[in-house]
Design a protein around this ligand. Structure first.
Ligand code: NAD
Length: 300
């Protein structure tokens, strides 16, 4: 018999996930207080019910995609909440981005009822939720995760387990930290180019073919291995950052992020990394964070 799934929060992300679970053959009972979300989910084959408790009743797996911790408390612990109604042994996958503290509290409440609760936030947006190609970061009981990989497979193609409860959400925050800085950098760079008369669409086309989308592939691994063998040094990038600052000043374009990154490169050079590969700027951050000074495997 198909696994019974309860789904709390049928909004932009949750609605698409629940629809994919239906398509994958699971019996999905969902709850959301918003009429539009309820109608859309019903149209996708979700059995829409009147409370979180009804969604949870008889479910082997409870999923949720809720805006913030307070909504999750309401859905799991409030009146007609899901945790009091779910059967012992049930597993919860919470796809929401809520506070680590909030998630730990829910995990504790669940454990007290013989239910395993995992934080399973996602990377990707509505198109990925619709396509079932989200990337899932999990924290919590790995056995519970492994027992229901079939459920997760309908939602995302990548499922990475990071450790105990809270570690999925910690990874989500790291991911969005890097993501937000990237978006801001793209916005800043495109603005500088536009003011300099470059065509936005052609810039984007070129950037896709440039080294920018491959930074993670060829820079991140040596960075974590502390291999600073020079391919493009901190000093060479400092020269470019100087020219970028001059260009922006001439064009009267504020580039706060460019200025900030130049300061970071200057800081790394001042620490003695000027002639090492530019991924050595991580030393500047690690020093600031009080992490142990790194052993370098510098082959230069
Ligand atoms: P949304 O506002 O579209 O959906 C949230 C749904 O939760 C709403 O339909 C709301 O009515 C419902 N809800 C509120 N209280 C509830 C309760 N007590 N019980 C049941 N349902 C309740 O938001 P979204 O964009 O789908 O985001 C959901 C979560 O996913 C958030 O934590 C968000 O940060 C995260 N997220 C969103 C995206 C994205 O691109 N939208 C990407 C990654 C992660």
């Amino acid at each position: 018999m198909a696994k019974q799934i309860g789904f709390l929060g049928l909004g932009n992300m949750g609605g698409a996930m629940a629809a994919n679970l239906v398509k994958a053959g699971f019996a999905v009972r969902g709850y959301d207080p918003a009429p539009t979300a309820r109608e859309r989910a019903a149209g996708a084959g979700v059995e829409v019910v009147a409370s979180p408790a009804e969604a949870a009743s008889g479910a082997q797996v409870l999923c949720s995609s809720l805006p913030e911790a307070d909504h999750a408390y309401e859905a799991y612990l409030g009146e007609k909440g899901a945790l009091d109604a779910a059967p012992e042994g049930a597993v919860c996958f919470d796809f929401s981005t809520i506070s680590v503290e909030g998630s730990l509290r829910l995990a504790e409440e669940a454990a007290g009822r013989g239910i395993r609760f995992l934080d399973t936030p996602v990377s990707g947006s509505v198109p990925h939720a619709k396509a079932g190609t989200l990337a899932i970061m999990a924290g919590g009981d790995k056995k519970a995760l492994d027992a229901h990989r079939d459920v997760l497979a309908a939602i995302g193609k990548e499922v990475h387990h990071f450790g105990p409860n809270g570690s999925g959400l910690r990874m989500k925050l790291v991911t969005n930290h890097i993501f937000a800085i990237h978006i801001a950098a793209i916005a800043e760079g495109l603005t500088l180019g536009k003011k300099e008369g470059l065509d936005p669409a052609r810039m984007v086309d070129f950037l896709k073919a440039s080294a920018v989308p491959r930074i993670l592939d060829y820079k991140a691994q040596p960075m974590i291995e502390k291999d600073y063998t020079p391919t493009f040094t901190v000093n060479l990038m400092l020269k470019d950052l100087r020219m970028i600052a001059a260009l922006a000043e001439g064009a009267k374009v504020p580039i706060p992020l460019g200025t900030l990154s130049r300061q970071v490169y200057m800081g790394a050079a001042a620490l003695g990394h000027g002639n090492r590969d530019q991924n050595a700027i991580v030393e500047y951050f690690e020093r600031g964070a009080g992490l142990d000074a790194a052993k370098k495997h510098d082959k230069s």
